[in-house]
Design a protein around this ligand. Structure first.
Ligand SMILES: N[C@@H](CCC[C@H](N)C(=O)O)C(=O)O
Length: 275
């Protein structure tokens, strides 16, 4: 792994970004990633993100994503905004211009509005259980038995797996208990990111996300997309929703099946480093 990195965050979901554009594709050692992610003895981050040469010729660059435990992911909403801001600062892409970037789960389109704000076309939310994967027959919502209680959730893939549980209050201790249990529930054979969504009105959701491979994070971009998409599909949300996470707010716009979903939010530089 090259020693230089950029520390960034998207509303408190923090990343180490590494520039591997000149290097052949590689998979970092999971134990090494976990050691670097350690907040006491490493750099500390929720995800490691590499910027690499695109494999798909229709895309400008590829980005790889690894969680704090070293496991790979297919998508990262806050991360892709940071990748776009990094590429803009580097002079590799222009502002106010649509640029296709390749994630492990396929292309997304980013537009840097200024160095601190990025709009992303995240593609169409995929409610097919096989896409997560989720080992249950397709339905609007699913109910599983967890720790002595029945828990109902909606499920969607945003390029990575999400379960969304609607709750009266995201600060309820029940949320802290259920998050890790649902993330590793056997109905999700590859694990899942679990969002707990408190509906504040048709255009506002408060959300906390327990992320697969990284635990509770201050924000999860794909989690915000998933919560807005599930809420819209259940008739609980308008097409444009402000999703309040502990670290800040994202704007999510989705007009329903057949349409792609847009996420708008900030990307911030923290420091440059070397290990
Ligand atoms: N923080 C991310 C999601 C990162 C990946 C996730 N933990 C997974 O394993 O799928 C975001 O902003 O979307």
């Amino acid at each position: 792994m090259p020693s230089r990195f950029t520390k960034m965050h998207g509303i408190g979901n923090d990343f180490v970004i590494v520039d591997w554009r000149e290097d052949p594709p590689r998979v970092p050692n999971a134990a090494r990633v976990a050691a670097l992610a350690d907040r006491h003895t490493g750099i500390g981050f929720d995800q490691l993100i590499s910027i690499e040469a695109a494999r798909d010729p229709s895309c400008a660059f590829y980005y790889g994503i690894w969680n704090a435990d070293g496991s790979p992911s297919g998508q990262c909403g806050n991360g892709v905004r940071c990748v776009a801001a990094w590429l803009y600062r580097d002079g590799a892409i222009d502002r106010n211009t649509d640029v296709r970037l390749e994630s492990p789960s396929g292309p997304v389109t980013v537009r840097v509005l200024d160095e601190g704000t990025v709009v992303v076309d995240m593609g169409e939310p995929d409610f097919d259980p096989a896409s997560l994967p989720l080992d249950l027959p397709a339905h609007a919502t699913y109910t599983v038995h967890v720790d002595g209680e029945d828990v109902t959730f909606g499920a969607v893939s945003m390029g990575n797996p999400h379960g969304v549980v609607f709750v009266d209050d995201v600060s309820d201790p029940r949320v802290d208990r259920l998050g890790p249990l649902l993330t590793s529930h056997p109905v999700f054979p590859e694990g899942a990111n679990i969002g707990f969504a408190q509906r504040l009105g048709p255009d506002r959701i408060r959300l906390r996300v327990h992320e697969r491979g990284s635990g509770w994070t201050r924000a999860c971009g794909t989690g915000a997309c998933a919560a807005a998409a599930v809420a819209h599909a259940l008739g609980l949300a308008a097409p444009v929703v402000a999703v309040e996470l502990p670290g800040g707010t994202l704007t999510i716009e989705w007009h329903g099946p057949g349409r792609t979903l847009w996420m708008t939010g900030p990307a911030a530089f923290v420091f440059e480093g070397e290990v």
